[in-house]
Design a protein around this ligand. Structure first.
Ligand code: GLU
Length: 445
């Protein structure tokens, strides 16, 4: 059976690189195994969910190269959850509770003071029909809890191996709020069943939920999928990433000019058994995913590592791949220019800066006027090509007796205004005789 995986963000903010890790792990496992990848928006929280965030999530995933086979929104599927809730009520697994938040908090404090675990005491299970009517007559509305079986729930985690949660130590979770809206748990399980999800790969912050959810799968008569809980990405200083802060959002990383494949490779490979390195495409990245070897320690996201990886991608980029993007940026110079500059780029967009050095205006720096004056006189006749630089500098050397750095650095400073940069043999014919003359003369050109 081909696998069906899903990425299930709640559209309450911009997805960040940690969310991308989850999305990619699911999408790449599906890709590698010829399976299906579903994007499911967990948007039952009408107050916090925003259509713009959902739209942006699709754009961000597409930027990474991920186009889901199917997109579903939980807000379109409410009848399914209502129907499941009714079934659970009928089987006695979903029961009404009337405690207010303050009452629950007070009981919690008492339990803690007595050295007891702060677990919901199931007082609501002892309410009679009359008690409930009396409470409702006071204007109270019930919230609904799922009655957990007090036992160990075990599964073979795709990442962590043999895992278990002791449901006897958990409070019965609230599935339906007082106002009839659903918390994440029930819709998630209902949809995982309805969509035939075979594998749930998500952050390890969901391990406890998995214990509860496996019981819910069973209560609803569905087969539980396989689960894998990966380590979470943190900042270098160990803080969690948040959708709300917008920090390290894919949207921002795209705007900052990072290569999507560099972001994808880092998101997937950091904290895995594979070295962080450039990959040719998502298929290659998919071949490197090994859920069983993801580290248990949190994976630290280091922006300088992204800079590094991004630069490696750009340095290795063929002219064929770069050409349409250079054209979009109105950068000329052809293959020779690309090959000359690519090693000097951290981000693709830096190419503009080097093209600016060709086209000007450049403020030349004249450090050896005798040399630049001599060089000006010796500029070879047109047409200029890749051999012009060599012919010219040999003539200048013969005339001045200068060589090495003493010869080349003043020429570079005059022609580009910089003491570093791509090969001048490539830049010179692009700069052309007119601008070269002006710059050697100390004029801005
Ligand atoms: N909406 C949940 C979240 O963003 C989904 C968790 C899951 O994959 O089940 O954390």
């Amino acid at each position: 059976m081909s696998p069906v995986l899903r990425f299930a963000p709640s559209p309450t903010g911009l997805i960040h690189i940690g969310n991308a890790r989850t999305a990619l792990l699911n999408a790449l496992v599906a890709r590698r195994q010829g399976g299906t990848f579903v994007l499911r928006f967990d948007d039952t929280d009408a107050e916090r969910s925003r259509a713009e965030y959902a739209d942006q999530t699709e754009i961000d995933l597409a930027w990474l190269g991920i186009v889901p086979d199917l997109v579903v929104r939980q807000s379109d599927r409410m009848e399914l959850y209502a129907e499941a809730a009714e079934r659970l009520k009928a089987s006695g697994r979903l029961y009404p509770c009337y405690e207010t938040a303050e009452e629950l908090e007070r009981r919690r404090r008492i339990q803690l003071a007595r050295g007891q675990p702060p677990i919901y005491d199931r007082a609501a299970l002892t309410l009679t029909e009359d008690d409930r009517r009396a409470l409702e007559a006071q204007g109270r509305r019930p919230h609904w809890r799922f009655r957990l079986q007090p036992r160990l729930v075990a599964w073979d985690d795709l990442v962590r191996g043999a895992s278990h949660v002791d449901c006897a130590s958990l409070s019965d979770p609230v599935l339906v709020r007082e106002d009839g809206t659903y918390l994440y748990t029930l819709p998630s399980v209902v949809d995982d069943i309805a969509l035939g999800i075979t594998d749930v790969v998500r952050g390890e912050d969901h391990v406890t939920n998995t214990g509860v959810q496996i019981q819910l799968f069973e209560a609803l008569g569905g087969a539980a999928p396989r689960f894998g809980h990966h380590n979470l990405l943190t900042t270098v200083s160990g803080e969690g990433l948040s959708k709300r802060s917008g920090a390290l959002s894919l949207h921002q990383l795209a705007a900052d000019g990072y290569e999507p494949l560099a972001v994808a490779a880092l998101a997937v490979l950091v904290g895995s058994s594979e070295a962080v390195r450039p990959v040719a495409d998502l298929d290659e990245l998919a071949s490197l995913v090994d859920l069983a070897h993801i580290s248990r320690a949190p994976a630290k996201f280091d922006e300088s590592e992204l800079d590094n990886l991004n630069a490696r991608f750009v340095h290795a980029m063929s002219y064929e791949a770069a050409q349409p993007r250079l054209e979009d940026l109105r950068i000329g110079g052809g293959e020779a220019f690309w090959n000359a500059i690519r090693a000097n780029l951290s981000r693709f967009g830096d190419a503009l800066r080097w093209w600016g050095i060709v086209e000007g205006p450049v403020s030349p720096e004249i450090v050896d006027k005798a040399l630049t004056d001599a060089a000006l006189e010796l500029l070879p006749p047109e047409p200029w090509d890749g051999s012009t630089w060599k012919i010219w500098t040999e003539a200048v050397r013969a005339e001045t007796g200068l060589k090495g750095r003493a010869l080349f650095m003043p020429l570079r400073l005059a022609l580009t205004g910089l003491d570093h940069g791509p090969e001048l043999a490539v830049l010179l014919p692009l700069i052309g005789p007119e601008r070269a003359r002006e710059r050697l003369n100390g004029e801005v050109a």
